[in-house]
Design a protein around this ligand. Structure first.
Ligand SMILES: [Ca+2]
Length: 165
């Protein structure tokens, strides 16, 4: 059997991505997760988000990924950064979060907003997380299970799947 080759996600245009669903979306901000603009951001209900808070994105075709970059607003205490988060991928979107068959590719990631952490992008900080191996999927999901220090909601400036190999 010939191995199937997948296009690395970095070859796909972000404009072809679609945010399929979010657990909470204050002010219809979800498209701002993937607009390439480090000044715009998604917010859950601003305070007192019901955890887990999550979103999933359709990448338009099945692709190969080695990690993700996550950008958060660079101010404390209430930036909506995660204390603990997971990343999942799926081959297809089966109509709802519950119906979709997810594979967890990153467990209990964490982000700490402090001096010297992340990479400065305008008024945000970007953090890169590598998966333990290259993963394949058309759908990718971000799930916050615990809020970060001194915050009680979920927010993100920009979500970028990566292929670095
Ligand atoms: Ca943005």
């Amino acid at each position: 059997m010939t191995p199937v080759q997948f296009v690395p996600v970095s070859f796909l245009e972000k404009s072809s991505f679609t945010v399929l669903m979010v657990s909470e979306d204050e002010g219809d901000t979800k498209a701002k997760l993937i607009d390439g603009d480090y000044k715009t951001f998604w917010n859950s209900k601003w305070w007192g988000c019901t955890f887990p808070c999550y979103f999933s994105i359709d990448l338009s075709e099945k692709t190969a990924m080695s990690g993700v970059s996550l950008a958060f607003r660079d101010y404390t205490p209430s930036s909506g950064h995660p204390g603990k988060f997971n990343i999942y991928v799926a081959d297809s979107w089966d109509g709802s979060d519950a119906a979709t068959t997810w594979t967890k590719v990153l467990s209990d990631g964490t982000v700490e907003l402090k001096s010297g952490s992340g990479v400065k992008k305008g008024s945000s900080l970007e953090f890169t997380f590598q998966f333990s191996n290259v993963v394949y999927g058309k759908i990718i999901k971000y799930e916050v299970t615990e809020p970060g220090k001194d915050t009680d909601f979920a927010s993100m400036v920009e979500f970028t799947p990566l292929f670095d190999n």
